[in-house]
Design a protein around this ligand. Structure first.
Ligand code: FES
Ligand code: FES
Length: 220
């Protein structure tokens, strides 16, 4: 009868090596899992906030690193490069930072970015159509040349676009009241209102009429 040779030290060391690799893998996996669970536990610890989030801005999904105390105006301007949103007072007084959140105008300087996760944010950069055609309210500004320095312009436009969603056919007085949360340091209110009314007219397709009673100073 043939006898099996005694296991050599070389064969043993090979088995030992394989066992060692398996064991090492288990240890590594355990270590990875442990680290992962530790990270998860850290992220879900009371008071902690996930910083890398996805925002819906101007119809695009934007990944961005956001601190828990960060305002939407800061995120838009300094993280996403959307500098059309202006910062005037940074404390809910001037309206320069107005954007639409789910179609409603908000002061983005006073909205925490984390609170708009899952909501639709629209800034002045997202108003024009995909073929670059201006939004009617933007066109109204061009038609009427309604601003002086125009620092307040994007806020006024966004506030007007938001207001027209709830009152598409405003009187001049109604629109003035509807966008009264926006201030203009140049105090160009009459011309601004005329421009916004022109935008409302354009939205309603009444291009040939002038409900403002003011002759538009069209561009050459
Ligand atoms: S900058 Fe937000 S209201 Fe003035
Ligand atoms: S046009 Fe200058 S702040 Fe309004």
């Amino acid at each position: 009868m043939e006898e099996f040779p005694e296991p050599t030290s070389k064969a043993l060391s090979r088995r030992d090596m394989i066992k060692g690799v398996i064991a090492a893998g288990s240890v590594s996996s355990a270590g990875y899992l442990f680290r992962a669970s530790a990270v998860h536990a850290q992220a879900s610890a009371p008071g902690s906030v996930e910083r890398l989030i996805t925002l819906n801005v101007n119809g695009q999904q934007r990944r961005v690193d956001v601190m828990k105390q960060e305002t939407l105006a800061t995120t838009l301007r300094y993280k996403l490069g959307l500098t059309g949103t202006k910062l005037g007072c940074d404390r809910s007084e001037c309206g320069a930072c107005t954007v639409l959140i789910d179609d409603v105008p908000h002061y983005s300087c006073s909205v925490l970015t984390h609170t708009v996760r899952g909501r639709k944010v629209l800034t002045i950069e997202g108003l024009a159509a995909s073929d670059s055609a201006l939004h009617p309210v933007q066109q109204g500004v061009l038609d009427e040349q309604g601003f002086q320095c125009a620092f307040c312009m994007s806020g006024f436009i966004m506030a007007t676009v938001g207001y027209l969603k709830v009152n598409p056919h405003p009187t001049r007085a109604e629109l003035a009241h509807g966008i009264s949360g926006n201030l203009c340091r140049c105090q160009d209110y009459d011309k601004i209102l005329t421009a916004m009314m022109r935008g409302a007219e354009l939205m309603n397709g009444s291009h040939g009429t002038n409900l403002t009673g003011v002759t538009p100073a069209r561009r050459a």
